[in-house]
Design a protein around this ligand. Structure first.
Ligand SMILES: *[C@@H]1O[C@H](CO)[C@@H](O)[C@H](O)[C@H]1NC(C)=O
Length: 146
């Protein structure tokens, strides 16, 4: 009985922790952290995909980005984007004051992808407009902020 009570309390505590929004931080601090996370994921994906040499690495760089975004849940295993996961990604990674701004930043990329025919391009080219849009807009995320 005591251990049941304990586990109920524990589960409750864990669910509070996992749904709490991240603490308020400056946009540039958030940006730097996300950038580090992204670079680490790119390293993991490059290793996993096992590209042979620099030429293949460049040619298949969109596949590497697709792998990163799949790991983050923004692209589903079936290759489609997940707006649901995207929305929770924003809430999990951005402090409340930056959620709206980050959504305005990235949402257009998701709209851009709509209607994209997901084929079997060996170089993942159908994802290129989407990944380029994300990268480009990410660079400007904190523009004009202190
Ligand atoms: C992002 O914007 C879209 C479109 O306006 C909206 O449907 C969605 O709820 C927003 N997401 C978040 C996390 O605010």
């Amino acid at each position: 009985m005591t251990s049941l009570k304990f586990s109920v309390v524990l589960i409750f505590a864990i669910s509070i922790v996992s749904t709490a929004p991240p603490p308020e931080r400056k946009c540039r601090t958030v940006w730097t952290d996300l950038n580090k996370l992204e670079l680490r994921q790119i390293g993991v994906c490059t290793k996993e995909l096992g590209w042979k040499g620099g030429r293949e690495k460049t040619q298949k760089s969109t596949c590497t980005m697709k792998c990163v975004l799949t790991k983050e849940g923004l692209i589903q295993e079936d290759g489609h984007l997940s707006i649901t996961n995207y929305n929770s990604y924003l809430l999990d990674h951005f402090p409340p004051s930056l959620v709206e701004r980050s959504n305005e930043t990235f949402f257009p990329c998701f709209e851009l992808f709509e209607g994209t025919n997901i084929g079997v391009d060996p170089d993942c080219k159908e994802y290129e407009p989407f990944t380029k849009c994300l990268t480009k807009r990410f660079a400007d995320l904190c523009k004009g902020l202190p």
